[in-house]
Design a binder for this molecule. Structure first.
Ligand code: KG4
Ligand code: ZN
Length: 366
């Protein structure tokens, strides 16, 4: 790998792959650490709430309307000059294609107008590299990415070196939480509502399945859990408040068990596949905000004597800091992508891993 350039790098990042319009400016010091100079995230949650999920056309239109202002705000807050930037990094996939195109067009226009290098990046790489910024982690580490669009276990060996150890064969975990919330008449996004309801529930009342638990490999499956929940709910309908709480708690406990089982398997497989133990288990994505799941992962890591790292919540969910940072890391490693890369709805981080078919409610899973 090339030695890092002998100077600091400043990168503008743009993220529009789902329902957050985000821009950020990050500086990467020559020695390797980074500073977040600005971090603007405009959530569209209210635009989609009435539909119980993200509506792609509404998302794309909202990105187009908001993006110029969000980019300007990120530059202003960072007190950054265009001529001091080293690159514009932008999410080119995976995600909802309309939003991706809006981000890529804006980034392309900015790069042409200001003579800046354009870096179309994989959104998942942003999630994968965040811990090198927030926790200064060394490679290799194990990333658990659980959000509305993704459920993956990835060995992060270095910049541009990602090995997928497991992925979902059906729903993403956040998507399963959202569907559980919808079924129980709770609001959108569902994860926080399910967690709140679960806090007053009895997690042992319903015996829900732990999909794939104990099986070889590190893949996830959540659609059987969702079906079992529906059957239990239909069996006792109409639901009282206590029924809803008990169902939510039972669902959350099953989801947490399933995640812990898959992470345990991936930790075991890591040494064998990568050749050395991970420096940490990193949890990211919206579901990593769930306190029950975090506590269970923390306990697993103690048991396995592996450090557990969770970036702060606003850098676990979708944001542009992670895109700017991934751009800076790639520049420093002399791994700048082809500026002509197109937007892609599907774009696996590990190009060697087999494709898993299926589209999530919030976009591509793989
Ligand atoms: O990473 P994120 O903000 O957006 C993407 O999907 O990329 O993740 C959102 C997902 C939603 O499905 C939401 O229901 C879930 O994360 N989520 C949670 C919690 N907070 C958010 N799931 C379980 N417990 C939570 N506390
Ligand atoms: Zn994401």
């Amino acid at each position: 790998m090339m030695p890092p350039p002998a100077r600091d790098l400043t990168v503008l990042g743009i993220e529009t792959s789902c329902d957050e319009t985000a821009a950020a400016v990050v500086r990467r010091e020559q020695a390797g650490g980074g500073t977040v100079l600005s971090d603007i995230v405009l959530s569209q949650v209210e635009d989609h709430a009435a539909f119980g999920g993200v509506v792609p056309e509404i998302a794309a239109r909202a990105h187009v309307a908001a993006l110029d202002g969000v980019v300007r705000a990120a530059m202003r807050e960072a007190e950054a000059d265009w001529h001091n930037l080293d690159a514009v990094a932008v999410t080119a996939g995976p995600g909802l294609i309309g939003g991706l195109l809006a981000g890529l067009m804006t980034a392309r226009a900015v790069s042409a107008a200001r003579g800046l290098r354009l870096m179309p990046l994989n959104h998942l790489e942003g999630h994968a590299l965040t811990a090198t910024l927030t926790d200064k982690l060394a490679f290799p580490y194990l990333l658990l990415l659980v959000s509305g669009g993704h459920s993956q276990l990835v060995a992060v060996e270095g910049v541009g070196r990602y090995r997928r150890l497991g992925t979902t064969v059906d729903d993403a975990l956040g998507e399963a939480f959202d569907k559980c919330a919808k079924l129980l008449g709770l609001g959108f996004p569902g994860g926080p509502q399910v967690e709140r309801a679960a806090a007053r529930g009895d997690a042992t009342r319903f015996a829900l399945p732990r999909p794939l638990a104990g099986t070889p490999g590190s893949d996830f499956s959540f659609s059987g859990l969702k079906t079992a929940l529906r059957q239990e709910a239909e069996g006792i309908a109409p639901l009282s408040d206590q029924d809803v709480a008990d169902l939510a708690a039972s669902f959350q406990a099953a989801a947490a068990d399933a995640v812990v089982d898959r992470c345990r398997a991936a930790l075991r497989a890591f040494d064998e596949t990568i050749g050395k133990p991970p420096t940490a288990l990193v949890a990211a994505g919206g579901v990593a905000a769930n306190q029950t799941i975090r506590a269970r992962l923390d306990a697993l890591c103690r048991e396995a004597s592996v450090p557990f790292a969770v970036p702060p919540p606003h850098l676990c969910t979708d944001n542009a800091v992670m895109i700017a940072w991934a751009g800076a890391e790639r520049l420093a490693a002399d791994l700048a992508p082809d500026p002509a890369l197109p937007a892609r709805a599907r774009w696996p981080l590990d190009e060697t891993a087999a494709a898993i078919v299926g589209g999530g409610a919030k976009g591509a899973k793989a």
